[in-house]
Write a protein that binds this ligand. Structure first.
Ligand SMILES: Cc1cc2nc3c(=O)[nH]c(=O)nc-3n(C[C@H](O)[C@H](O)[C@H](O)COP(=O)(O)O)c2cc1C
Length: 224
């Protein structure tokens, strides 16, 4: 849990930096910070494609059955590994899974352990119903989690720009690590001995357009 928290901090920081950039332009245009960052629109962005991708990305938990093209998955991971990392150590391992047998096999184990969750309307699989999942591993010594967060944010933004939906997944990974029956699936990811599964990202063609969740602008201050 501590591990995930540390990583989440890294990711939040990354998101905040992006958000800071956008709220700066928004505040500048309006002549002041009104307290609530608009999470779904940015004023004065000048049609900037990166800002557009950041501000329109939402966690997607419903996907169509359309498989994601391998070329798109390759572009996404390419963008991921072009994230910055401390001393360019690239302390990550990335595994892309679009094999339905793998996803459904794990989901069968999940359904056995969580029969109620599996009865939820629209439930297709334990990865928020996505057709592809990207698994990220980080060094077992606890290093690299900040870098892995940056890698992930690059990937979800790249996916967004390609018309795909994504969702960061901590819960399903905890299940995979805690449930012994999942061990063969974790093994199939073939992480090096000194790496462990850290988190996953669901990827697929979105079948919903959720509203932006509110962001707390009070967490950002200029230090004069
Ligand atoms: C570290 C981390 C773990 C997450 N784990 C899950 C998860 O297990 N299941 C899920 O549905 N969403 C998960 N999310 C997605 C968050 O719920 C989501 O990012 C947050 O509610 C903000 O909504 P947005 O992504 O649509 O802006 C996770 C996000 C992060 C950063």
């Amino acid at each position: 849990m501590k591990t995930l928290k540390n990583w989440a901090f890294g990711l939040c920081l990354c998101g905040t930096v992006g958000l800071l950039g956008t709220s700066l332009s928004a505040c500048g245009a309006q002549g002041g910070n009104t307290g609530a960052v608009k999470a779904d629109t940015v004023e004065a962005d000048g049609g900037n494609a990166v800002i557009e991708a950041i501000m329109s990305r939402r966690s997607i938990r419903k996907y169509t059955d359309q498989p994601v093209e391998r070329e798109k998955l390759e572009t996404i991971v390419q963008c991921g590994i072009n994230a910055p990392s401390g001393m360019n150590q690239q302390p990550w391992q990335v595994r892309v899974v679009d094999d339905a047998d793998y996803i459904n096999g794990l989901t069968d184990i999940y359904k056995k352990a969580n029969p109620k969750a599996a009865e939820e309307e629209g439930f297709k699989n334990m990865f928020r119903n996505a057709t592809a999942v990207i698994f990220i591993g980080s060094p077992k010594n606890g290093g690299g989690q900040f870098d892995c967060g940056l890698l992930g944010e690059n990937m979800v933004l790249a996916a967004q720009s390609l018309g795909l939906g994504t969702c960061f997944l901590g819960g399903p990974v905890r299940f995979m690590l805690d449930n012994e029956e999942c061990a063969p699936y974790v093994e199939r990811l073939q992480f090096p001995e000194d790496y462990a599964l850290l988190y996953a990202i669901a990827v697929g063609y979105p079948d919903e357009s959720p509203e932006a969740k509110p962001r707390d602008a009070a967490k950002v201050k200029f230090v004069e």
